[in-house]
Design a protein around this ligand. Sequence first.
Ligand code: AMP
Ligand code: GLY
Length: 420
Amino acid sequence: MNILILGSGGREHSLAWAVKQNPKCDRLIVAPGNAGIAALAECADLDIMDGAAVVAFCETNTIDFLIIGPEAPLAAGVADAARAAGILTFGPSAAAAQIEASKAFTKQLCDDARAATASYARFTEAEGAKAYIRQQGAPIVVKADGLAAGKGVIVAMSEAEALAAIDDMFGGSFGTAGAEVVIEEFMEGEEASYFVLSDGVNVLPIGTAQDHKRAFEGDAGPNTGGMGAYSPAPVLSDAIAKMALEEIVKPCVAELAKRGTPYQGVIYAGLMIKDGLPRLVEFNARFGDPECQVLMMRLGAQALDLLMACAEGKLDSAQVNWADDHALTVVMAAKGYPGTYEKGSVIRGLETMPETSRQMVFHAGTAMKDGQIVATGGRVLNVTARAATLAEAQAEAYRMLDGIDWPEGFARRDIGWRAL
Ligand code: AMP
Ligand code: GLY
């Protein structure tokens, strides 16, 4: 079959890598892709935010299965356009993708589904929001309602910080994403991510992971999109995962179906775990990046069968062949990330990297220029390894990383510390 994946990051490289291993995959196209993806798939120039353009591309190239990686095309309704054109599609409708695109939507969903999450209030003007903050006190969490590229959440340790965040958001710092603000109770505990496929009715868990959001070692420095991840997440024990599935994910999936907006795709549940109980921090409507890289490394070729069963509404008869293994990925980022950084520096040594079912350097932000791989983004490479233990996976990822010659890049040396 012919498969099209939308996206250009490490997430999409790992999806392409897993899908390509499945004998069902004949032709694989990734749009727009990157230099790493180009080594295993065709890359196509396509406006992935334009549903009509994606449909036309699928028809021209007789695409049998469309996989949508990032949240922006989902929120823009690209999955709706593809399904309306009869294309088998992995990824939720715009209506269901609101679980990520609107924090207020998800809080209301949790209320209706009686799913455990932080208590909250919603505001569309500053005075009421500030009065609520003064009444609740700090620590407290201020969130822009809409998509803000991971920057719309302020975990305020003081009241002054929370009040300043309100001025910022209603002052327009987050554009329309900040027109409504959700103020939440601060939850203590340990965070972990739970990935569950939903075909609208049936659900199937496909793995757990933890990432490292801060830029520097010891979880210090500014927040990033994620500097590394590993799977499984020991804190999400079978018992806690089951609770999260039964008491958070399933009721929300059922509520979305009841409303006439069934959820088809992956649900990425960010959980806060304390005293053996999970509470929802956020939902995302896509795989995490770089969490997807460790999930795909563990699932391998069966990932395609699972994503197809999800898109076809057949998750009730699908199952995951679990291996007792661990995967870990280390992000190499351009110096300066998540602030300003240079683009265009040359990365050497990638040709010496092993590419096996246990070792892969996924590309997140690269391009080929004059025969050389150059960095084109903040997060640039995901050095990924799988092994029988997390410690071995970590050792192998850093052994690989040390073979990459990129003076303009940096990586945290402590990915996995919480679990080791
Ligand atoms: P979000 O974009 O909702 O995932 O928020 C980004 C990060 O902010 C989360 O991964 C948490 O580390 C933190 N965070 C969000 N909401 C809360 C909360 N209610 N209590 C504590 N930390 C939170
Ligand atoms: N790594 C966090 C995310 O993908 O949202």
